[in-house]
Write a protein that binds this ligand. Sequence first.
Ligand code: KIV
Ligand code: ZN
Length: 523
Amino acid sequence: MSAGKNLIVFDTTLRDGEQAAGTRLGVREKLELAMQLARLGVDIIEAGFPISSPQDFEAVQLIAEQIKGPTICGLSRAIYADIDAAGKALKNAKKSRIHTGLGISDIHIASKFKDPKYGRTLKDKKANAIDMGIKAVKRAKRYTDDIEFYCEDSGRADKEYLYQMVEAVIDAGATTVNIPDTTGYAIPEQFGRLIAGIIAEVPNAKKAVISVHCHDDLGMSVANTLAGVKNGARQIEGTVNGVGERAGNASLEEAIMAIKTRKDFFSIDTKIKTQEFYKTSKMVSEMLGIAVPPNKAVVGANAFAHSSGIHVDGVLKNTLTYEIMRPEDVGSPETSVVLTARTGRHGLKHRLNALGYKMSEAELDQIYQRFLEVADRKTEVFDEDIAALVSTEMRTVEHTFDLQYLHVACGTGTLPTASVRIKIKDKDEPATAAACGDGPIDAAYEAIRIATGQSPKLDLYSIKAVTGGKDALGEATVKVINEKGIRFTGRGVSTDIIEASAKAYVDAINRMVATVKEKKTKK
Ligand code: KIV
Ligand code: ZN
């Protein structure tokens, strides 16, 4: 059966996705997610497995009653009680589907149908399983015409037997046949050939839609799904964020964006509103309590973030240099340039301009040097860090003293000591000094007083974190008073708060000295 030009998208986040270890969704949460899946534009929502629990029954029933647009589907084994429960739960759906089936690999049949009532030999059991499949489809027909049959563990099944099962259930009335790689065992090339084989060899295959349902045990679920599509599958099954049993299911956003981005290769489309992906991903992650890794394709926080100098430079000239999708196409926040130690001068300049700072090339050089020092110690430099750097570095004052070296030793039961080396303007040799104090900052300040020969009184000291996290920049502010009672404010920033404090003190001393010099030249 042709599915028209569009690929049918079957979402199983609420059923297979919810089977992820340690997760459980409430009925209301399922309804809320189903509403979002409808906004995303999926064709089928597999809302649950009604026989599995009264709560799942209720969730499927509620979603069937309230969600219009997508077909609502309920899972069942090839057992009458399961099928009847699914049929009842779906009763009020505008469009309903029953998804029934059984394990068809030798290992599934031998292990699940051990009881001699299913047959004495594997051959008998396999013949009986086909019979069970046919009966299940016929039973499901009592409730809806839309029947999907799953041939569980097709990835490891005997191919000829799989063909027989597919033919039998289509003859019985299945309108979609699902070929799951239940254990994530398949290799894309081989899985693609399996799908092509079914379509070519099963006489009535064209009367049904062939669907692919792949798991990610070897990290190939999306690749296998795409191989299936390339070889004639017209329905894909998967979950948002790839959540699901064990390593999860094929991630729908990845498979669909691959099909969209490489339309030249797949020549098929879907009705999915891809702009809803980011929002849906966030919802699924929050509700299931499963974090999205930052480097996850399509919806990860870094999916459109650039940090290395060469990449930042390219993206600022033309995003297409390093992006094959636009963030807005998946509803993700804009392309971002993440400032790290690998960000070039050009990247920093661009961010400074975006933040409204206009500066000369010399000033940019100065900020860039400080930026590199900070970025070496922090994983990421935020806008607030840049603002703090600019405000301390650009408060231009002559640097009579420059802190070149600071070493502090302190700890429980030890006397805090500090040693400093300070470069003095117009002097060849730096000044060095060491001192003790009540604490590490007091010791550092005493050493700075000795090395600079300046002894302003400390009037105020404060320190604050510029951003969150344990590698945040600390911004120290000090006010000092000279012997005439005039106050001078100094600031310093660093990931090390003692260094920030020392820098702030030296900055205040520089301001004090510069004012005295200014006054002398005016006289
Ligand atoms: O992975 C699988 O085989 C399944 C079926 C129940 C469709 O989830
Ligand atoms: Zn599955």
